[in-house]
Structures are given as C-alpha cells and as structure tokens.
Design a protein around this ligand. Sequence first.
Ligand code: ADP
Length: 403
Amino acid sequence: MVRPVALTLNAGSSSLKFSLYDIAQGPAEPTLMAVGQVDSIGGKPKLKATLSPASPAITRELTASEASNHTSALATALGVLRTQYPEARACVVGHRVVHGGPHFSAPVVVTEAVMNEMRDLSPFAPIHQPHNLAGIEAAQAAFPEALQVACFDTAFHRAHPKVNDTFALPREYYDKGVRRYGFHGLSYEYITGELKTIAPLLHDGRVVVAHLGNGASMCAILGGRSVASTMGFTALDGLPMGTRCGQIDPGVIFYMVQQEGKTIDEVRDLFYYKSGLLGMSGISNDMRTLEAADVPEAHEAIDYFVFRIRRELGGLAAALGGLDALIFCGGIGENSRKIRRRICEGMSWIGLELDHDQNDVSARVISTEFSRARIMVIPTNEELVIARACKSLLARQHAQAAE
Ligand code: ADP
C-alpha cells in the first residue's frame, strides 16, 4: 500500500521551499521524509535538498528553464523527490499563505471560492500573496487529485483584541480591512504547541516569542493566544529585519515622495529590499556577516536591531501585564548567543536573568534558576504546522466521505 504523503510548499517571490511528510493515519506526528528549496527562480536557479533524514544535502545549479517560474520549479523539485521516493504520491499539498484577511482564522481546504477570496486579499500583500497563489496553482496542475490546504500566517493573530487590531484612522478603513493583522503565525503556533508539551504552566502564562530571522517579529501570547504583535498591516512593520526597515514614521514616505520625487514603487522597494540590516550597514542583510564585520556601520545596524527588540519587549510585556517567559526562535534567535545576550542584558527589572553558560551552548533553557521569567530557545518548525493541518484536514475529509 502506498503511504499517505503530504507535500508542503512555501512559495516566495523567487524561491520555492518544499518538504515531504509521511502522514500515516492515527495519532502519530507527521514524519519528515525530505526537505529542500529552489532559489533564484526566473534568474540563475539553484536547488538544495536533503532527500532523506539520513542523507547529506545535495546542491545543484539548475538551467533557467528548469525553474523559470513556480510551475517549472515545482516540476523540478518533484523530479528530484521522485529519485528518492518513486512510489510516493502527495495526496495533500499544504501551502503557506501570507494573508488570510479578517476571516481566515484556521487552515482551510482550497476551493474555487477560497481561491477567489485569497486573490481578493492580494492588494493587502502584493509582494507575497500572488506568489503564494502561484504555488497553489502549480500544485493544482501537478496533483489534480490532491487536497490543497492553505495555512495562513495571519490566522494565529485573528483573535487578538480589537485594541491591537486597529489603527487610529477613520472607522471606514477598519471596515475596509486596514487592520493590524500580524504575521509569522505558523511559527508562533508551533512554539505555543511546544510550550504546551514541555512547560504547560508557562503556556498558560504571559509569553513573548521573538521570531528573529531574516524576517523578524515578536508576539505577546497569553494562555496560548496572540494578544499583540510587532507586525501590523503588512510584514514591514515592527522590528528592523534583513532588508526591511520595520517601524517607521509615515512622514518619511511623504518626504521621499514630495521632496525627493521618488515614486511609490521606489519607496516600497527601498523599505522592503534595501533597508534594515542591509541598508544600515551597507554590508549585508546576514547577521553572521555583520557579527564578523568589525566596522562601525555593522555595529550600528546590530545596535539598532537589539535596541528595537528590547523596546518592543517592554511594550509587549506591558500588553500582557507582566512576563513569565521570553522565547527565542528563527535563525538569529536560535543561533546567535551574542544577540540573545545583548537583548537580555540589564533586563532583570522585567524578571530576565540570563545564564551565560547555557546561552553559550544555545540550551533550551538559558535563564538562571533565580530568573523570575524563563528564557528559552525553541527551534521553530513552520513546515510541521502545515503538515499537521494537512493531516487533520485530510482525516476530516475522509470522515465526511465515510458518513
Ligand atoms: P528566514 O526569515 O529567511 O527564514 P532564518 O530564520 O533562516 O531566515 O534566519 C536567517 C538569519 O539567521 C540570517 O541573518 C543569518 O545570518 C542568521 N543566523 C543563522 N545562523 C546564525 C548564527 N550562528 N549566528 C548569527 N546569526 C545566524
């Protein structure tokens, strides 16, 4: 019998991340079979993949036609997966979708109506949503029989209170969907789930999760539910990121357009792709490179990154009425002991006391036993959250079919 397999896809503007999970029926967690990504789609594409948990990663330069768009990139990825799993057929494909708008608060099976609703949300996330939808269309063409599941980065935040859902704009804009959505929801859902297993009392308490990767945000979570997030209407707000500026006075936009004669598209590109760590340092968007670069521009970029995280931490703790745990995840949060140390330095007023030895080895708990609030490092796993959704929606569909 062919085992049930879920394919997860995360389609970005020029990349396609994929993973394959065994989703055998029953209570077991989905098991990772393979993972990889195609980068520089439409340019000089490259494929990286680990085709089984035991095998080493492979890297291959692709020809332009092997990944000229998401459809050919998916076909190429599937071709590589088939060399390892010739019999495997994805019976469900789970997609990371950046924007679920005000209504999608959980993963859904993609129907024509859902597809149209997601298309209608594209103006809210013009840089990400169309690529996510291109990934779904490519998967529908490759697996016409498979269930397609959409998992939204906004969904985890949908129940946050109105005061954290709104801007101080005329009311009509709220009704039109101009709200603080919050993103990185799949990561926060994973961390919350882990916490429930490993530290149930903390899960029920006041937690700030710092997802610090190339994209970065923080979320205040109370009893497992999102209360506030640093990201707002788009994934541009909040913390400075690899190439995104984070929080900015909207007056800067007026200045750039009116005084410098920039077009709105130029300002958007500047904020999304040329700012953040890259713009401030003039060197790189990559934290490892900046940590190794002993020049004032790199130091300033890191100083600003750390300063904004500490400032947001205070604000999010206030939104929670205190702090029981600070959790680090994402490439920087999971790996950079220096950044974690600098964030936690002098934070005993908020209950945080870092254990330097534990921090140096990126242990799971990196606070001292006397720290009032726990500090933890929990590697995130957004793909597993998508695979779980695939498994449960497939099971629901089978149950409905059996009725
Ligand atoms: P994305 O948002 O693209 O998923 P990641 O979560 O993979 O990003 O994080 C990428 C960031 O993590 C980069 O800035 C990278 O330099 C940083 N990073 C990864 N490993 C380390 C490390 N050992 N020390 C410092 N930064 C690291």
